[in-house]
Design a protein around this ligand. Structure first.
Ligand code: ADE
Ligand code: ZN
Length: 337
């Protein structure tokens, strides 16, 4: 068991969340409330029935249910309510800054205007005391042409999101499939990230870096299969946005005790802890920290390192970043053990 002092430190420390899919924060209760409000039929009889389906064997088995859950989102207010609920939870976990992924293609495919998606999410961010920015993510199981089309549709609202990401089914959809659209996004001045090395091979991490020119790798845990790549990630201080509960739920690791987060930290890689899809994977930020620290031999110095890594890897103006890092250090300096 985690000692109560360390648990309290993890809960109270200021955090940055850099890997959260807003559609993955939809709790079953809200899915059912929105389905009733919007007259959407769900293939599940009840909240309990839906929750019982959350027994995943791999990424695709999760994505199938995740896209079904997102089908209740139709109006600007729905996107607002979903985002407001997540931000309230994040605030309770002492998340001070969050960079939120959204998947516009999941919604435009159902006829929802991209403007309503972005406006609803963005309005909730503005109404929250938590610092929050947005990252538009392309679905990698769709074509690059589709990604170009949604980018075009979303460009009139570009003041409301700061970055571009790449998510969905990784295997068979390597980063280089999106080389041209990422080059265009770089020209446009967006911050760039991509999921790589979650289920896909270490080579996908390399092409995300070398072809897409991303500034952070989402997940990236399979890098450990390639020692030269680990050395490179450490040398370049390339951040990995690791999601421990997600990795266990999607069977990337059989159990938390086998997670490679500590090995990555020991190799000098800039690891951060994040929730990915908290409504589906059994927890928000504090749950992820607690589950990880319970299973692995991690202590106070790791907690401070992980909290600092989150802010160091954030796409924040330098002054705000330094202020938040100073808050982390002041928090740890004030602990009287
Ligand atoms: N979309 C939502 N969660 C995801 C994950 N863990 N990997 C890839 N795509 C996702
Ligand atoms: Zn993810």
């Amino acid at each position: 068991m985690l000692n109560t002092q360390l648990r309290g430190v993890l809960e109270g420390m200021p955090k940055a969340e850099l890997h959260i899919h807003i559609e993955g924060s939809l709790e079953p209760e809200l899915i059912f409330a929105l389905a009733a409000r919007n007259n959407v039929a769900l293939p599940y009889a009840s909240v309990e029935d839906l929750r019982a389906a959350y027994a995943f064997t791999d990424l695709q088995s999760f994505l199938d249910i995740y896209y079904a859950g997102a089908s209740v989102l139709l109006h600007e207010q729905d996107f607002y309510d979903m985002t407001a609920a997540y931000l309230k939870r994040a605030e309770q976990d002492n998340v001070r800054h969050t960079e939120i992924f959204f998947d516009p293609q999941t919604h435009t495919a159902r006829g929802v205007p991209v403007k309503d998606v972005i406006d609803g999410i963005h309005r909730a961010c503005q109404d929250s005391p938590v610092s929050a920015t947005l990252i538009l993510s392309f679905l990698r199981h769709l074509s690059e042409e589709d990604a170009f089309a949604v980018l075009e549709e979303a460009l009139p609202y570009r003041d409301k999101y700061i970055g571009i990401g790449l998510d969905s089914s990784e295997r068979g959809n390597p980063p280089e499939k999106f080389a041209r659209v990422f080059a265009r996004c770089k020209e446009l001045g967006f911050r760039l990230v991509a999921h790589a090395g979650e289920e896909g091979p270490p080579a996908y991490i390399e092409t995300a870096l070398d072809v897409l020119k991303v500034e952070r790798i989402d997940h990236g845990v399979r890098c450990l299969e390639d020692p030269a790549l680990v050395e490179r990630l450490a040398r370049e201080q390339m951040a990995l946005t690791v999601c421990p509960l997600s990795n266990v739920k999607l069977c990337v690791f059989p159990e938390m005790a086998q997670h490679n987060l500590l090995e990555l930290l020991d190799a000098g890689v800039k690891v951060t802890i994040n929730s990915d899809d908290p409504a589906y994977f059994g927890g928000y930020m504090n749950d992820n920290f607690i589950a990880t620290f319970e299973a692995l031999p991690l202590g106070l110095s790791h907690a401070q390192r992980l909290a600092r890594n989150g802010f160091e890897a954030a796409f924040l103006p330098e002054a705000q970043k330094q202020q938040l890092l100073a808050e982390v250090d002041a928090y740890f300096a004030s602990l009287a053990f």
